[in-house]
Design a binder for this molecule. Structure first.
Ligand code: TIU
Length: 225
């Protein structure tokens, strides 16, 4: 593939002109804590099965992306074992019986190094694919993501992962303000709430693409072949 030849991807609100050399796949927080029972997502009162429908589309997109030789990055939401980077307001939010840092079936909830904090096996990073550990919902807050993307010459992001209205939306907004063009394949993002899935995507593409573009993985994968 000519890495500098533009791939025109059918999207809303209009065609996304993807330049392979400058475009990275950024997979947000596909962690056991959000996608498997017994983790942070379930602790918040959510039905984690809602998110699992994004796994297979992400797997197919990731395989095609890797095969085409494009850049991949992963993020994980979580905190230091000593909780020094955990805002007290985040620790107590929701008044749950168990909160971040407490021990659950997959280890301490949302803590780096614990089983639940790691990325699900289906989408596990390969050596050489940067993994960004983030303490917040946005992937740019208190991380080295922007510096890494600049060093790689990346100006466009295909953003996937969970959840659509929380970490994906926050990250797309942060990226947009930093000058990145963001394309979101709707089948590769998921929410615990169907209405937030729908509205989270509408918010991105409304007003002429106020934060970015929305498409489906079936529009991206053939273009990479
Ligand atoms: N709760 C929820 O929907 N999401 C998060 O807490 N983090 C992410 O979205 N990754």
């Amino acid at each position: 593939m000519n890495m500098n030849a533009t791939l025109s991807i059918e999207a809303e609100p209009y065609t996304f002109e993807l330049v392979p050399a400058r475009c990275a796949l950024l997979i947000i927080d596909m962690q056991r804590d959000f996608l498997e029972p017994g983790g942070f997502g379930e602790m918040l009162g959510n039905d984690v099965s809602q998110l699992r429908q994004a796994i297979e589309p992400n797997k197919k997109l990731l395989e095609a992306w890797r095969a085409a030789g494009l850049q991949v990055l992963h993020t994980r939401e979580g905190h230091r074992p000593d909780l020094a980077d955990l805002p007290p307001a985040k620790k107590v939010r929701g008044h749950g019986a168990t909160t971040i840092g407490d021990t659950g079936p997959m280890g301490r909830i949302l803590i780096r190094g614990e089983a639940g904090h790691d990325i699900i096996p289906e989408l596990y990073p390969l050596p050489g694919e940067p993994v960004i550990d983030k303490p917040g919902k946005g992937a740019f807050f208190a991380t080295d993501l922007h510096a890494i993307l600049q060093n790689l010459g990346i100006t466009q992001l295909v953003v996937t992962g969970v959840t659509t209205e929380v970490c994906v939306n926050t990250t797309v907004r942060e990226a947009n303000d930093r000058g990145y063009e963001c394309l979101v394949p709707e089948d590769c993002v998921a929410s615990y709430f169907p209405i937030f899935q729908e509205m989270g995507l509408k918010m991105i593409k409304a007003q002429g693409g106020i934060f970015g573009w929305v498409t489906g993985s079936s529009k991206i994968i053939p273009a990479l072949a």
